[in-house]
Design a protein around this ligand. Structure first.
Ligand code: IPE
Ligand code: IPE
Ligand code: MG
Length: 227
């Protein structure tokens, strides 16, 4: 495929509804969601996407039932452990975006471990937003600038964001039919193309990603100019 987005970001939504439809506990939806993550990583490698950012847990998600939150906090390190060899084989660099220091120690350990294990790879940069809030990312950036006594412009400000070297997303996909941003990448999506699909995240297939990329390819990106 030509003219693929360099950076795709995805709000992976609908795990709970997928489970509910089947009369299963919400956690089963998250487990099924992991398979969709695997499919999207494989497809991104096939299409030579360079950056894939996945929204896995927002700072607001702590207010969910304890059982669900605990289940997710067990799931994240388990999946990392299971996937490390596959990621290395495919030369995927894995990184994380969010207030990582507020995550349970066991989760943090695994995050830093896999970042280290994969830091020299660059076929695909896989970025997982964990305990992420777009507003908090901006507030954290402002506070860092203030502490350093810096007056910022766009270039300097970008340097204070969580992952300054990552280019802005070209395409943002949200699954499950919700049409909102839910505090994701507020600064970085200024000129990102948005794509919404009713597909629930655990049902998201390679063909859904192709549909989103095809829609992106038909968009005329103008960045405020006249083409
Ligand atoms: C998204 O699916 C995954 C996380 C937020 C962790 P949801 O769990 O939000 O699924 P719905 O929106 O309840 O269907
Ligand atoms: C956004 O989904 C967060 C993630 C996908 C991790 P939510 O399900 O938490 O968002 P709202 O509550 O529907 O806005
Ligand atoms: Mg949701």
């Amino acid at each position: 495929m030509d003219n693929v987005p360099t950076h795709i970001a995805i709000i992976m939504d609908g795990n709970g509804r997928w489970a509910k439809k089947r009369g299963l506990p919400r956690l089963q939806g998250h487990y099924a969601g992991v398979n969709a993550v695997r499919r999207v990583i494989e497809a991104s490698l096939d299409f030579n996407i360079k950056y894939l950012t996945l929204y896995a847990f927002s700072t607001e998600n702590w207010d969910r039932p304890k059982k669900e939150v605990n289940g997710l906090m067990r799931l994240f390190p388990k999946v990392i452990e299971e996937e490390v060899n596959r990621l290395k084989t495919h030369k995927v660099r894995m990184r994380f975006l969010g207030r990582l220091k507020e995550l349970p120690d066991k989760v943090q350990e695994k995050l830093y471990w896999i970042e280290e294990q994969t830091k020299n790879f660059e076929d695909l940069n896989l970025i997982i937003a964990l305990n992420y809030s777009g507003r908090e990312e901006l507030i954290d950036a402002v506070n860092k600038a203030v502490r350093e006594g810096k007056v910022v412009n766009e270039e300097i400000f970008k340097g204070f964001l969580y992952l300054p070297d990552i280019p802005d997303p070209d395409l943002l996909i949200r699954t499950s039919g919700e049409v909102r941003i839910s505090n994701f990448l507020l600064y970085e999506i200024a000129y990102t193309e948005l794509y919404f699909t009713p597909t629930l995240w655990p049902d998201f297939e390679k063909s859904d990603l192709i549909k989103a990329i095809k829609a992106y390819q038909k968009r005329e990106r103008k960045f405020g100019k006249v083409n």
